[in-house]
Design a protein around this ligand. Structure first.
Ligand SMILES: NC(=O)c1ccc[n+]([C@@H]2O[C@H](COP(=O)([O-])OP(=O)(O)OC[C@H]3O[C@@H](n4cnc5c(N)ncnc54)[C@H](O)[C@@H]3O)[C@@H](O)[C@H]2O)c1
Length: 433
């Protein structure tokens, strides 16, 4: 059996390892993982290619990722390529326990993740993933890389390289690189065009609305819906909220982004003004305390607060706790806070990624591209890591273009090609009118 050397204790009769909530959920998890694979044609192509070429033969890979159906399929592709994969969660609330069970019991991929795990268990699970002695790390938010650099530096010698999935992780890693603290090369998968233009925008857009609706079942049409941050995620959330009939307000700190939002047809104003009239305030900034005490003090009665940025710091939850005189679980994933003046504010998913905590995260069809980048970059690292400095590197352009091409083919879309005369014209500066 694969991964007998993997960390953790056996949790199945066949000796598969990990720490999951309930191994009996594996059957349902396997069916959902297969359903997702049906929406991931690029990964299916890569799985076939990896099975034949084995680009990751014998390489130990530790991934700190959201344990979802799509991640399960990425892990299967890496394993098909010969990698020994171990996974832990990149967020305590995003784990799908049935998927974790399926990964362990059906695909023999050790997983350390239980939905709702406390902070100590969360970091314990990261340590377990590091006990695998990874040669390649896959991160979503840079917790794995950060823990490795803080306390497990004995592992640095074996590391080939790593990948980072999200904006917040890339920002943390660039900060490490600036301080000279980053000790091995990381490829910023988030920065691939076939990642953030689609995953952050269409994936976060759809799944954030999905999470809010599943958690609250509140009609959006005619309501005021404020989005803080008009980056790739914020653009997608604003676009989809408008599609459901909400009056969308955008809050920004960057003039260019604010201008873009205004010309995209959204009202733009400071949050302190928007807070007074908003029925929903959703953050997607990567920043802390975007919704702060002064906003909470004037916020409209009944306002729903949700976050789709990586960490649960965008809404100042300690301030909300201190303003509240009473708190109750109104529905699964919805905490209702009653304030001293009688207003009620509703916080979704404890301020954690609402699309993963209250829904299922991004639809598989969009993760197909993000994870195709992950798989191809892992193979690229295995083949070329010697050439890379310990720094944050872009995804090679050839990989980005290949992922776009494969996705177009899978969608049955054909495009035109330049004629030779056009190629020459575009390469020349001599011709004008
Ligand atoms: N929910 C998900 O599944 C998911 C998916 C992808 C990315 N993310 C996370 O979402 C966050 C945003 O990602 P992105 O790719 O859109 O980043 P981005 O850098 O493209 O956009 C962030 C925007 O927030 C703005 N901003 C920063 N501080 C602000 C403040 N105080 N008030 C108002 N606006 C502010 C910035 O000016 C910027 O325009 C990150 O934490 C990222 O890791 C989440």
């Amino acid at each position: 059996m694969r991964n007998r050397r993997a960390p953790g204790r056996p949790v199945t009769e066949t000796g598969a390892r990990g720490d999951v909530a309930d191994i009996a959920l594996a059957g349902g998890g396997e069916r959902r993982v297969d359903w997702a694979l049906g929406e991931m044609p690029v990964l299916r192509r890569l799985m076939e290619r990896f099975e034949t070429r084995r680009p990751l033969e014998g390489i130990r890979v530790s991934g700190c990722l959201h344990i979802t159906t799509e991640t399960a399929n990425l892990a299967r592709v890496l394993a098909a390529g010969g990698a020994e994969v171990v996974l832990c969660a990149s967020n305590p609330l995003s784990t799908q326990d049935d998927v974790a069970a399926a990964l362990v019991a059906r695909y023999e991929i050790p997983v350390f993740a239980r939905r709702g795990e406390d902070t100590e268990t969360y970091y314990g699970h990261i340590q377990a993933a590091l006990d695998h002695r990874p040669q390649i790390t896959l991160d979503d938010g840079a917790d794995l890389v950060s823990e490795l650099h803080k306390g497990r530096t004995e592992l640095l010698g074996e590391l080939i390289g790593g990948t980072e999935e999200t904006t917040t992780g890339v920002i943390r890693l660039r900060a490490m690189a600036r301080e000279g603290a980053l000790r091995y090369p990381i490829v910023a998968v988030n920065d691939a065009l076939t990642k953030h233009l689609f995953d952050n925008r269409y994936g976060t857009g759809q799944s954030t609305l999905d999470g809010i609706i599943r958690a609250t079942n509140i009609l959006l049409a005619g309501r005021t819906f404020t989005v803080a941050g008009y980056g790739w995620c914020g653009r997608g959330i604003a676009m989809r909220a408008r599609g459901l009939g909400a009056h969308v307000v955008v809050v920004e700190v960057e003039p260019l982004r604010a201008l873009e939002a205004a010309m995209d047809g959204f009202r733009v104003m400071p949050l302190i003004e928007a807070a007074r009239e908003s029925d929903f305030v959703v953050t997607a900034t990567g920043d802390r305390h975007v919704v702060d005490r002064p906003h909470l003090e004037v916020m409209k009665d009944g306002c729903v607060l949700a976050n789709s940025g990586h960490f649960n710091v965008e809404i100042n939850i300690p301030a909300l706790e201190s303003l509240a005189i009473e708190k109750r679980a109104a529905r699964p994933g919805v905490e209702e806070y009653r304030l001293g003046d009688g207003r009620q504010l509703r916080l979704l998913a404890e301020g954690r990624l609402v699309n993963l905590a209250a829904a299922e995260g991004h639809p598989a069809a969009v993760m197909d591209m993000s994870f195709a980048n992950q798989a191809l970059v892992a193979a690229h690292l295995a083949a070329h890591a010697d050439a890379l400095e310990p720094a944050v590197h872009p995804v090679p352009e050839a990989i980005d273009r290949e992922v776009a091409q494969l996705k177009l083919e899978a969608m049955g879309i054909r495009i035109d090609t330049l004629t030779e005369a056009q190629r020459r014209y575009l390469a020349s500066w001599r011709e004008g009118t």
